[in-house]
Design a protein around this ligand. Sequence first.
Ligand SMILES: Cc1ncc(COP(=O)(O)O)c(C=O)c1O
Length: 414
Amino acid sequence: METFESFLRTAPGEDLFAKCGRLSAALDTDAGAAARGLALRAAGPVGPRTLLAAPGEKPRPFLMFGSNSYLNLGTHPAVVEGARRALERYGAGAGAVSLYTGATDLVRELEARIADFYGAEDAIVFPGGYAANVGVLSALCGPGDVIANDSANHASIFDGTRLSGADAKVYLHGSAAHLERVLARLPAGGGGRLVATDGVFSMNGDLAPLGDIVGAARRHGARVMVDDAHGIGVVGPTGRGTAEAFGVLDRVDLHVGMLSKAPAGLGGFCAARAEVVRHLRLYARTYFFSTAMPPPVAGALVEVLKLLAADAAGREALWRNVRDLRARLSAAGFDVGPGGSAVVPVYVRDERRLAALHADLLDAGLYCNLVSYPACRRRECRLRLCAMKDHSPADIEEAAAILAAAGRRNGVLP
Ligand SMILES: Cc1ncc(COP(=O)(O)O)c(C=O)c1O
């Protein structure tokens, strides 16, 4: 069976592009059908029912359970209005990198609001979320330093670690005890130490045990960076994320987050001490050498931050839906993991079965994410469903019923 790795590298004696031709041929076979579920495009606003189009087909409405726009802020009237005002005042694009005037005063306002949200001294906004992790890690860490990563961290954290040239260590997923052992084995008198972890793990939906992680880091002289891409606006008593849920907002050194999930825009940020943010502005190459965030995106995000700061973005309604979705899927017999966020995995653990199940769901009009290697280990492959604030109880009931029927048809449920 061909796998992801079959098309990763140029074979000996092959032309550089030969692997691309081999991949295209494989995708055009029936066995490549699984990948066709990755080629759907939205043909309208993302909401509980979203128009999606497969290549060469007319758009049709799908029950949408595969969007990270958990709070439906992309279509919130105040947010749309913020984008429109910015578009009219500044135009569509930034035209330059941040340090060459690309960062509008809207971006500066956004940074100030983000810093305030976390109780930090300052924040820096990157034009991309992936770029935020890569930029922060490669600016602050270098050869001689150590970065300890949770094994389930997002690819951008691993890529930033690699680019930094720091010594990379990996601890078992969610295990502060293993992290402690990894840190304890480091030689004294080496360079700087950083523990980097997702707050909410994007493919599992579970939370990093930040109280214990911060404790272990402090005992061994390490700083802590949390990428709370999927926690912002969703997790914690007021939606300030995983660090708030564990009561350690003021003990996390680098609050990294994405503006692309619940905030429904684009970009990433790091909120931290003012001197750290100053350093990042000059040394984070994904900031320094990359064009600033477009004004309409910044204008929308300023409105999003106002809603999040007031905890007025509909977090409670979202959580009602998360609980309902998890309860219905568990009752149907699915393994949905421990929970903690709006991401609900449905473990299948068999790639062929997963592909057949996903195709079946698409035929039935339900969209959710198919997650397999390289996004997770093959033997942990799964569907990934995301609850949204605007799902109605009937949407959730219908999605669970479609899944249960398809699960039985495809041998995932007895
Ligand atoms: C945990 C995590 N970090 C970083 C990213 C990258 O963010 P973006 O999609 O905004 O580039 C993502 C999203 O894919 C994510 O899930």
